[in-house]
Design a protein around this ligand. Structure first.
Ligand code: TXA
Ligand code: MG
Length: 351
């Protein structure tokens, strides 16, 4: 069953619908809900059986931990312990918002949620439907939720994406419109000494460092000690092969493919110029935040278009583009321009 939301405030009827979703969750159900980043697939974080259903629905390995979504930063101590002052400062400044903190877990947090690790990922989502759902669920409650996609695939940024991919396997999909950020949260670990970036995302490293007054470590181990499926080389993947190329190589490569009668979709920053029946040009925004917001839905749209190949123009290399470049790099690029391969990135450092 799907419930539609109008823009803006949540009215009484909408509250009733959220209440019904909360009842389902209390009974061990699994509900897809909107957040400002991507849609989540939620279950009561204190109910291991319900949480295990999330893994079944997604086809996700059981040892990959889930983020626990809470209604307020004041609930931090109920889920985590030994919380450093610096982590509290980030929570204070950026919650609700696209930031996940990895902290030492409270002993009661189920292994089903943490993948058996002694840490827990926590965040307060910045979406009225998610926050209302958490409030209805109850003051002590939380939602364990990964992105509402099948394991290894693109995260959903619209309710229709969830319905198309998970369909009836989910007890309910709450529709909160398109996600404002469109890329997953930034993940920072406070386990062991200095803060470490585990995934770039909706909040830039520079913004975090400005609040912390210290640098965030970017791990350079080939294999992360902590399991982060988002750091697998081929994550966030469309089904259609994707190649990320510099603007110059893009032109040559597209005509090479078109000459072979291949159907090519071109995800570019420049406005469309030439056309061919075999070539579809899809213009992306030239600004990083807007690009990030559109990326997953563009890839889904192109995936549905029966193309042989998606060619993406490599976005700029600046700090604003870190999360976008990270996600494009994790898609199975069969060819990358040298400047992208050698760019200093979180992906190369942690995967
Ligand atoms: O924006 C987001 O973070 C979205 C929305 C729904 O909140 N969620 C999301 O969840 O992207 P998921 O499961 O697709 O990705 C969460 C990442 C995974 O890579 C997971 O391994 C990592 O967070 N994670 C969760 N708990 C962790 C922990 N205790 N230690 C290390 N990594 C953890
Ligand atoms: Mg995910």
């Amino acid at each position: 069953m799907t419930v539609m939301w109008s823009e803006g405030m949540i009215d009484r009827e909408q509250h009733n619908q959220i209440e019904a979703a909360a009842r389902l969750l209390r009974a061990g159900g699994v509900v897809a809900f909107p957040t400002e980043t991507v849609y989540g697939l939620g279950a009561d974080a204190a109910n291991p059986q319900a949480v295990r259903r999330i893994f079944e629905i997604k086809g996700r390995p059981a040892d990959h931990p889930l983020i626990v979504h809470i209604a307020d930063a004041a609930l931090l101590d109920q889920w985590a312990e030994e919380i450093p002052e610096a982590a509290r400062r980030l929570a204070e400044r950026f919650w609700p918002g696209p930031l996940t903190l990895i902290l030492r877990r409270q002993p009661h947090v189920p292994d089903a949620v943490t993948g058996g690790q002694d840490t827990v990922g926590l965040r307060v989502p910045d979406h009225p439907v998610a926050l209302a759902l958490l409030q209805k669920l109850g003051p002590e409650k939380a939602l364990a939720a990964p992105s509402a996609n099948r394991f290894g695939r693109i995260s959903p940024t619209m309710a229709a994406h969830v319905r198309a991919e998970l369909g009836e396997r989910v007890d309910r999909v709450l529709d909160g419109g398109p996600c404002r950020v469109g890329l997953e949260s930034t993940i920072v670990s406070f386990v062991g000494g200095t803060p470490r970036l585990l995934r770039p995302g909706g909040i830039s490293v520079a913004a975090l460092e400005a609040v912390l007054g210290e640098q965030i470590e970017i791990p350079d181990t080939a294999q992360p000690a902590i399991r982060v499926p988002g750091s697998l080389p081929s994550h966030y993947a469309p089904v259609t092969p994707l190649e990320v190329l510099s603007a110059e190589s893009l032109k040559r490569r597209s005509w090479e493919l078109v000459k072979r009668e291949q159907r090519v979709a071109l995800l570019g920053l420049a406005p469309p110029c030439q056309d061919s029946p075999h070539l579809l040009r899809f213009q992306m925004p030239a600004e990083a935040v807007a690009y990030g917001q559109r990326l997953y839905s563009a890839l889904r749209q192109l995936d549905a278009g029966y193309f042989n190949t998606i060619l993406a123009e490599a976005p700029p290399v600046g700090a604003d583009w870190q999360a976008v470049n990270d996600r494009l790099r994790r898609a199975p690029a069969v060819y990358c321009p040298a400047e992208i391969q050698h760019q200093e990135t979180i992906h190369e450092k942690i995967s």
